[in-house]
Design a protein around this ligand. Structure first.
Ligand code: PLP
Length: 513
């Protein structure tokens, strides 16, 4: 493709994207295909000779779009939203136009410096304390591809930090520049004794990070009475038990806004407990809810002050509810050396005079991978286009939809809200009121809700998620509806709710028979 062909194909691509968005409310939210649908239609091998781009791009509409689940549909309420905006689509195009892997400042100074600036804009907008800002010179932030990457990176940083502390306790003297070499003997003695903690509600990224490091993950039980949030005393109990067994606790994953119910872990309590265990690092995963700190009135319930006081690192995904097209996960640390001392491996071919002089950041030293995408341009476009006020309005809309829906569910005779609505997330289940003929016990409630979910899952015009709430008291099968889509109106929420109510009635009618 030459420049003129690109110009023509590019205009045509934008036209077809505009058509897609103009029509997105009219197509079912879920892909209506069966497993293997695409594999069966594509040749087994790449074509021998190049093909016309017109032909290739037509196949996007013909073959790919039918297999797309429309996350940008106003009727998408599953998982959490993955907002996308036109600004970001253009940003991705610009980013691709100057394609480069941006691992060192010198690779493209604009990539590194824009990232430094916009991550700090984000941190300030969310009320994170100065300790997390890059301009502090000590802390700072980086854009990762996902909250999983952020959590895994936090785990590596935490492990190395703990091993450095154990090295010092075992007589290793820090070098003049403060660096601590971890002797092999320390790695051998303690490396396999390290333990990671989270709760039964921690996203699977917690267990997966531990698994990737070959270490155990303790999923600490929570209680429904505490609205499924992790308490300090439970953390203490779990840590103490492991210490008695000769193990070495080194990392706690706390969550602000758990995936199942949007629970907020007791960061203050956990932080106070961790004061007794200086080798333990606290990472706060606020993948979904963290952006809501842009609304000052929610900061108290999001325990922002406690995060600022106690967390070593914090992550939130702008690619969920933050208007930024996947991928854009903000990962901030209070001490950037926690990252660089764990991840800076610099052979001569990666050196530069600017980095040697210490005047620039080379982001490869803040993450496991070397190369990195130019993601900051997306967030820059979003924050400038919407402004903080526009960003806030978007969040408020999602929360209002949830509040409105909560009223509808509360007044319905066959459904109950299971946990307090959390921002734009509503967790509910089918539960016939005591005045109806249908009477069910707790186990039966789980069965009818599974049936309801199965029936909803068979439809293409509705998409929400199921989850099981594991607590000390019981396991509840529930449904969750996550609002906050860029294109969603309350009418769309009502439309989905009507379907849920109808399917609910059918399940109860069948149950009675
Ligand atoms: N943490 C929480 C609380 C989440 O809800 C999710 C995803 O929904 C994740 C982490 C994983 O996010 P990512 O896909 O960015 O790794």
């Amino acid at each position: 493709m030459d420049i003129e062909q690109f110009r023509k194909a590019g205009y045509a691509a934008i036209d077809s994207i505009c058509d897609y968005y103009s029509n997105i409310s009219n197509v079912p939210v879920k892909a209506q295909v069966q497993p293997g649908y695409l594999i069966d239609q594509l040749p087994k091998e790449a074509p021998e000779n190049g093909q016309e781009f017109d032909e290739i791009s037509k196949d996007f509409g013909k073959l790919i779009l039918p297999g797309i689940t429309h996350w940008q549909s106003p009727s998408f309420f599953a998982y959490f939203p993955s907002n996308s905006t036109f600004e970001c689509m253009l940003a991705d195009l610009y980013s691709a136009s100057v394609a480069n892997p941006g691992f060192n400042w010198i690779c493209s100074p604009a990539c590194t410096e824009l990232e430094q600036v916009v991550v700090e804009w984000a941190a300030r907008m969310l009320g994170l304390s100065e300790n997390f800002w890059g301009s502090s010179g000590i802390g700072g932030g980086v854009i990762m591809g996902s909250a999983s990457d952020s959590a895994f990176t936090a785990a590596i940083a935490a492990r190395e930090k703990a091993l450095r502390q154990l090295s010092i306790q075992n007589g290793v003297k820090p070098a003049e520049n403060g660096q601590v070499e971890i002797p092999d003997s320390i790695r051998q003695e303690y490396g396999q004794k390290l333990v990671v903690y989270g709760s039964t509600q921690t996203h699977s990224i917690g267990a997966k990070s531990a698994l990737m490091l070959g270490l155990p993950f303790r999923a600490i039980p929570v209680s429904a009475e505490d609205q499924y949030s992790l308490r300090g005393e439970s953390v203490k109990e779990a840590i103490e038990k492991d210490k008695q067994d000769g193990l070495v606790p080194f990392l706690v994953y706390a969550t602000i806004g758990t995936t199942s119910t949007g629970a907020i872990d007791r960061i203050g309590e956990i932080g106070e407990v961790l004061k007794e265990y200086p080798t333990v690092f606290l990472h706060v995963d606020a993948a979904w809810a963290g952006v809501a700190n842009a609304l000052p009135k929610y900061r108290e319930s999001l325990r922002l002050q406690e995060v600022n006081e106690y967390a070593d690192s914090f992550c939130t995904n702008f690619h969920k509810w933050g208007l930024t097209t996947f991928d854009c996960s903000i990962f901030c640390v209070k001490n950037r050396q926690d990252l660089t001392q764990a991840l800076d491996v610099t052979p001569s071919y990666l050196r530069s005079k600017e980095a040697d002089a210490g005047t620039v950041i080379d982001y490869r030293n803040w993450q496991p991978a070397l190369g990195r995408r130019f993601r900051s341009i997306k967030l820059w476009f979003v924050l400038r286009s919407y402004g903080i006020q526009g960003f806030q309005k978007h969040l408020e809309r999602g929360i209002e939809h949830c509040d409105e829906l909560a009223k509808v569910v509360e007044s319905s005779k066959n459904f109950e809200i299971v946990t307090k609505p959390s921002l734009s997330l509503l967790v509910f289940r089918l539960k016939p009121s005591s005045t109806t003929a249908v009477q069910v016990d707790d186990d039966e409630l789980n069965i009818i809700n599974q049936r309801l979910y199965t029936n909803l899952d068979l439809r293409y015009d509705v998409f929400l998620s199921q989850t099981v709430l594991h607590s000390k008291e019981s396991n509840k099968f529930v449904l969750r509806l996550a609002m906050g889509g860029v294109n969603t109106t309350f009418k769309d929420v009502e439309k989905t709710w009507k379907i849920i109510e109808e399917e609910g009635e059918k399940v109860l009618d069948d149950w009675e028979k």
